[in-house]
Ligand binder design. Structure first.
Ligand code: HEC
Ligand code: HEC
Ligand code: HEC
Ligand code: HEC
Ligand code: HEC
Length: 539
């Protein structure tokens, strides 16, 4: 797992550099974290002024912070001043926001120290070599939040998505219902800036989505501020404020502006007006991880600004029926739990929840890469009895390749070698298949008493059901099937799959002379061919 952890080290820490500073040095690693959160969208990951939002700032380019000649001319006090007060405060571009209301003086000091280090790196490599696919895949898996639902060795599960616990005060009900049925990008730079986190598609039915909406829309903060409290008499001119605060540095509004934040032409469809006014007063109070700078305005100004946004945004949807249906909301709460929404939408104080998806620690031993690619593109139920489901992430082809390459590296190096016979290649002679079919049948090992397949459901309770064995040929690596039949507990502790062959005398004696190893091989070969046969699990 050590290599995994290394592949996942998303950040490189810049060594503190001694040099001429006129202020006490800050903490560069704190500074780096803050820089990633607040500055990369414009100044770029390496500081060269090439962040994804840079092309949208009209003619103002974000400064290249690696330009040593230029940066040497600025003292630490100059840097502090422009970071705290923004470009407008020092006669430079207003598209450089003011961070003094968001960052503490100590944090500004940390960012200054880190910013300095960016221009002091000895000759930076011209182009960073691209990650090999498996390493890019490891990074993606972390950024997409796969580990919220799957254990993958000891990979940590980082927070990747907004907190939903006060959603009822924020979103418009019809918007929420439509979004759950068809999630799309809201934050163009991602919720975690420049990560590839996204809201996956759970393939909710309209009914499930209505239930989920009924539940989420009830999540409101205790003792909400009365709407009147922010709507103080507003003498302020919202339009002038909007220009002065250069909100378009990050947001599109009326078809112009940046690509670092949600489209403000949609506020009236998406958001409740009282929430917007509160958010403008203090974005981090609504969400501590919001990368939006606190504008530092008075309540009256916030409501004027909010009113300006509503006047200029696309017309509101009709208020949806406020079905105060207790039952819908209760069902929605159960769905929220069963579908593991909390795998990604954790509150800051919540621990990692229990995992609902299969353990992927050694999935590279188990699954064929070709099957993985098909599944990741368009997940379909394997364990059809589960309420939980593998959501659709809308991965691009390149992302599918990367994630697959990474998953394929997840192998268990500690597996004991198989005996020479068990390594033998397969056969599909009628004899072999017949022996396999007999072994699997109800007269013998009765695989279909747990496994789905054929025309009848297994007789046991649903929490003991197991995947359709007709999928095995496409899904599973032949060597894994052998190991699984040999010792399922070794591969998956606690599994309900029986160990049929614990010792040399365990298989039925009237098939293949009671030779366990040959029985395992014929079962494997039988599984490898039944995928094509419609009849399923034999007699
Ligand atoms: C919305 C885009 C945007 C964001 C976000 C942003 N900047 Fe800037 N920044 C700019 C632009 C544009 C300039 C160029 C100003 C000019 O030269 O007129 C700039 C210039 C600067 C300068 C040079 C000032 C000078 O005097 O030449 C520094 C230093 C700087 N930014 C630091 C930061 C830090 C630190 C952060 C994060 C806390 C940050 N910026 C976030 C857009 C941005
Ligand atoms: C919301 C929870 C959730 C998230 C997030 C999630 N999965 Fe899954 N995943 C599941 C569930 C549940 C299954 C089992 C589906 C089934 O068997 O029908 C599954 C199945 C799988 C399987 C098949 C494993 C097997 O043995 O059948 C793979 C591979 C997989 N997920 C990979 C991923 C990757 C890669 C990501 C991140 C891009 C991811 N998952 C994110 C819930 C999740
Ligand atoms: C440095 C970039 C930046 C600037 C400048 C900025 N914002 Fe934001 N804003 C963001 C980001 C990023 C978000 C999304 C936060 C989140 O993850 O929920 C956001 C969220 C919002 C939202 C909620 C949008 C939604 O659909 O959830 C509103 C409203 C908003 N900003 C208004 C403004 C206004 C008005 C200004 C000017 C005073 C402004 N912003 C300036 C980055 C910025
Ligand atoms: C794999 C991680 C993941 C899982 C699992 C997940 N979400 Fe999300 N969700 C996200 C991300 C990331 C965003 C932000 C997307 C954006 O802004 O573009 C988001 C956004 C949302 C939003 C919009 C919030 C806002 O302020 O814009 C809602 C509502 C939501 N999710 C509900 C759900 C529900 C309900 C479930 C369970 C069925 C769920 N999510 C499961 C990652 C996830
Ligand atoms: C008592 C119930 C039970 C019986 C009987 C049973 N299995 Fe299983 N089997 C399971 C369970 C449960 C799993 C799923 C393990 C997991 O992924 O959690 C499983 C998984 C498997 C898998 C992996 C399937 C996949 O696509 O991930 C194979 C292959 C398999 N069993 C073969 C067999 C064969 C062959 C037989 C008959 C010789 C058999 N099983 C009998 C319970 C059973």
């Amino acid at each position: 797992m050590a290599t995994l952890a290394a592949a996942l080290a998303l950040t490189t820490t810049i060594a503190t550099v001694a040099g001429t500073t006129d202020l006490p040095p800050g903490d560069p690693s704190q500074g780096e974290a803050l820089y990633r959160q607040y500055c990369t969208v414009c100044h770029g990951a390496t500081g060269e002024g090439d962040g994804p939002n840079a092309p949208f700032l009209e003619d103002d380019r974000p400064r290249d912070l690696t330009d040593a000649r230029y940066m040497a001319r600025l003292t630490d006090r100059d840097l502090t001043e422009v970071i705290r007060g923004g470009g407008g405060g020092v006669g430079r571009s207003r598209f450089m926001p003011a961070w003094g209301n968001t960052l503490s003086p100590q944090e500004v000091g940390d960012v200054v120290t880190y910013t300095r280090a960016l221009s002091r790196q000895p000759q930076r490599p011209m182009a960073l070599p691209a990650d090999p696919p498996a390493a890019a895949g490891a990074r993606l898996v972390a950024e997409l939040g796969c580990t919220g639902c799957h254990r993958i060795g000891d990979l940590p599960s980082a927070p990747v998505a907004p907190d939903l616990s006060r959603l009822g005060a924020k979103l418009q009900r019809p918007w929420l219902d439509a979004y759950l049925q068809q999630p799309h990008r809201v934050r163009p730079a991602g919720y975690v800036p420049l990560s590839r986190s996204r809201m996956p598609d759970f393939r909710l039915s309209p009914q499930e989505s209505r239930q989920m909406t009924a539940y989420l829309i009830r999540l409101r903060p205790e003792g909400v501020l009365p709407v009147g409290s922010v709507q103080a008499p507003a003498e302020a001119d919202g339009s002038a404020l909007f220009q002065r605060l250069a909100c378009r540095a990050c947001h599109i509004f009326a078809e112009r502006g940046g690509q670092a934040a949600p489209d403000l032409s949609l506020v009236s469809q998406r958001l409740q007006e009282a929430w917007v006014a509160l958010y403008l007063l203090d974005p981090q109070a609504a969400d501590p991880r919001s990368p939006m700078p606190r504008p530092g305005i008075a309540p009256g100004e916030a409501s004027a600004l909010s009113a300006y946004l509503y006047a200029g945004s696309l017309s509101s949807p009709p208020e949806g029926p406020d079905a105060r249906d207790e039952e819908e909301a209760t069902r929605g709460a159960a769905l929220f739990r069963d579908l593991a929404c909390r795998a990604c939408h954790r509150r800051p104080d919540e621990d990692v929840p229990e995992r609902v998806g299969p353990d992927l620690t050694f999935v590279g031993d188990k699954l064929h890469s070709e099957w993985l690619k098909v599944f990741l593109r368009k997940p379909h139920p394997v364990r059809a009895w589960l309420r939980a489901r593998m959501p659709t992430f809308g991965l691009t082809d390149a992302e599918v390749e990367q994630v697959t390459a990474f998953l394929a590296t997840l192998r268990d190096q500690g597996l004991p070698p198989l005996s020479p016979l068990l390594q033998a290649g397969g056969g599909a002679s009628p004899d072999i298949l017949q022996a396999g079919a007999r072994l699997a049948s109800r007269e013998y090992l009765s695989c279909s008493s747990c496994h789905l397949g054929g025309d009848r459901s297994p007789e046991g309770p649903a929490d003991e059901w197991a995947p359709d064995l007709r999928l095995a040929a496409r899904r599973l690596r032949p060597e894994w099937i052998v190991r699984w039949l040999l010792d399922p507990q070794r591969l998956l502790q606690g599994t309900k799959m029986p160990s049929y062959f614990p010792d040399a005398d365990s298989g039925p004696n009237d098939i293949l002379d009671g030779d366990e190893e040959r029985q395992i091989l014929v079962l494997r070969d039988y599984l490898l061919v039944i995928g094509a046969a419609p009849a399923g699990l034999g007699p």
